[in-house]
Design a protein around this ligand. Sequence first.
Ligand SMILES: Cc1cc2nc3c(=O)[nH]c(=O)nc-3n(C[C@H](O)[C@H](O)[C@H](O)COP(=O)(O)OP(=O)(O)OC[C@H]3O[C@@H](n4cnc5c(N)ncnc54)[C@H](O)[C@@H]3O)c2cc1C
Length: 286
Amino acid sequence: MIPAAFDYQAPASVEEALQLLSGGGDTEIKVLAGGQSLLPVLKMRLAAPDLVVDLAKIPGLTGIREDGDRIVVGAMTTHHEVANDPLVAEHLLLLQEAAKTVADPQVRHRGTLGGALVHADPAGDLLAPVLALDAELVISGAAGRRTVPAAEFFQGLFTTAVGEDEILTEIRFPRHTGWGARYEKFTRVVQQWSVVSVAASVRMDGGAIAEAVVALTNMGSTPIRASSVEQALAGCAATAEAVGAAVAGVAEGTSPPADLNGDADYRRQLAVVLARRAVLAAAGVS
Ligand SMILES: Cc1cc2nc3c(=O)[nH]c(=O)nc-3n(C[C@H](O)[C@H](O)[C@H](O)COP(=O)(O)OP(=O)(O)OC[C@H]3O[C@@H](n4cnc5c(N)ncnc54)[C@H](O)[C@@H]3O)c2cc1C
């Protein structure tokens, strides 16, 4: 289908973009990043904005850099860049693992980390790693910049802390240097969205897991941090038996969807299996 007609602006700075977003009145305005989620929405006429504000010409919103003890990813950085960046590989292996599983090369060359996070599809593959890695999200608006922890960013189905007149500009990560990682994604066919996935990263000390972070994709309307499992894994031997026991409760308190890919009980069972696989692989035991 063809989208409804809209005006198009490609501002050259964040300030100019914010001016466009705040000057709307009753006008419906949408921000455009890689277009991999927005364009299908427009084509299906699920949205019909009067104005589309394209972020592509704003310098400084792309790229990956070090900033003190943080690794900073610009919101307009593509999934392909995230999946192939040496800083991400060294310090944020979990994010790299997950970015490699997004869709196909064509989508990964257009879609952006910021777009995926603001779109906040519960089956999106980059939300759980961002939550597990304790990222902070920097949002720019008329009142200036504010930083929101990932735990407060995802607020509901397709809903985040980013207001309609705001722009997500960068994502800041604490380094997880030397941590093992695995994004265990379950799909029925290749290049599909997650039925369920588990993001796990561990810091090993000798043969045991010293620290672990675990988060779940598509087990509720937002990504879910498995905090009690993380506690059970701290100090746990990296054996199938011990890890299996530590992750057994990973689906407790979740509200997975039911659809043609599987009912809620199937997804709960899947989460336990995938969590065990993900943690063991992250610990170097397969
Ligand atoms: C065929 C296909 C398969 C896919 N499979 C997967 C998959 O397996 N796993 C997966 O995770 N994803 C998948 N995706 C989605 C893909 O990851 C998208 O790139 C992502 O969801 C949106 O990123 P985008 O840059 O294209 O954002 P856009 O589509 O441009 O924007 C998405 C939304 O976010 C808003 N937005 C974007 N950037 C900003 C910003 N910086 N500040 C404020 N608001 C912003 C837009 O206004 C819009 O509402 C798939 C997409 C397609 C087309």
